[in-house]
Design a protein around this ligand. Structure first.
Ligand code: ADP
Ligand code: MG
Length: 270
């Protein structure tokens, strides 16, 4: 397998295997996943619960829990200076080079990702300070600009809110502000709207679409909701039991499915 990446490809996951070994039992959570994400596009990853979507994204971010290990394959990522990295062979400390500045991630439940004891302004400011030398006041100004950017109403008065003082939708906006504060070129979103009600979900998708157009970032969007896929993605990967069973442009997938699992998934979608 060559390490060459096609022009315009930012991420190429190739035959990725991520296994969990507990008490000599090996669970092959991800067992040969291959897909490509082109710069500036949104690639949706769909699949039922337990199909390996989150483990794939945690492998890319280097966030696997202790028994999890990459047992094979490559995760080729092209950074903004056009350098090529194989994230599958990164040591934990190597991820400092890319996390936040090059690749950021948002999760399903922002309450578990935000620190309840710090204001949202402090948390966004701290994120920025991790990546560049910046004074307290300047970090605060940048945090405020980010809150405005993610359309938090009356942002100046929310800067000193604690996470619990915000609604779920607003907390997810704060998570997006934190993720994008250092202008990553790739955003991984693991079911970011699943915990939100439908109207708020639509607003967050609108926001991500707008930010993508403005910032030109690529998005790997994990979801089990095909309605969301139709809204936001250009291409889609379908996972089943730790493997990719198809990858296609969204319209092609809705018109024609090759794998029985995908047919079943579409049949259940209103
Ligand atoms: P999903 O597609 O719902 O995001 P996951 O990627 O979370 O699925 O999980 C894929 C498989 O990996 C599941 O069978 C899950 O039980 C297993 N798994 C995930 N995390 C761990 C872990 N920390 N230890 C052991 N098994 C895990
Ligand atoms: Mg998951």
């Amino acid at each position: 397998m060559t390490d060459a990446l096609a022009a315009g490809t930012i991420l190429s996951v190739r035959d990725l295997k991520t296994w969990f070994v507990t008490r000599r039992v090996t669970a092959k959570a991800v067992d040969g996943v291959t897909f490509d994400l082109r710069r500036g596009e949104t690639l949706a990853v769909v699949g039922e619960s337990g199909s390996g979507k989150s483990v794939t994204s945690l492998s890319i971010m280097g966030l696997l829990s202790r028994p999890g290990q990459i047992a094979g394959g490559k995760i080729l990522f092209r950074d903004r200076a056009e350098r090529l990295h194989d994230l599958a062979s990164f040591a934990p400390k190597d991820f400092r080079k890319v996390r936040g500045k090059e690749i950021a991630m948002i999760f399903q439940e922002p309450m578990t990702s935000l620190n309840p004891l710090y204001t949202v302004g402090d948390q966004i400011g701290e994120m920025i300070a991790l990546h560049e030398p910046i004074g307290r006041q300047a970090a605060r100004q940048r945090a405020l600009a980010m809150l405005k950017h993610v359309e938090i109403p009356d942002a100046a008065s929310r800067l000193d809110d604690y996470p619990h003082q915000m609604s779920g939708g607003m907390r997810q906006r704060v998570m997006i502000a934190m993720a994008l504060a250092c202008k990553p070129s790739l955003l991984i979103a693991d079911e970011p709207t699943t915990a939100l009600d439908v109207t708020i979900q639509a607003q967050i998708l609108d926001l991500l679409r707008r930010l993508q157009a403005e910032m030109g970032m690529s998005i790997l969007f994990i979801t089990h909701n095909l309605g969301v896929v139709a809204e936001i993605a250009h291409n889609v990967v379908v996972m089943y039991a730790g493997r990719v069973v198809e990858q296609a442009p969204v319209n092609d997938l809705f018109a024609h499915q090759r794998h029985p699992y995908t047919r079943g998934l579409l049949a259940c979608t209103p």
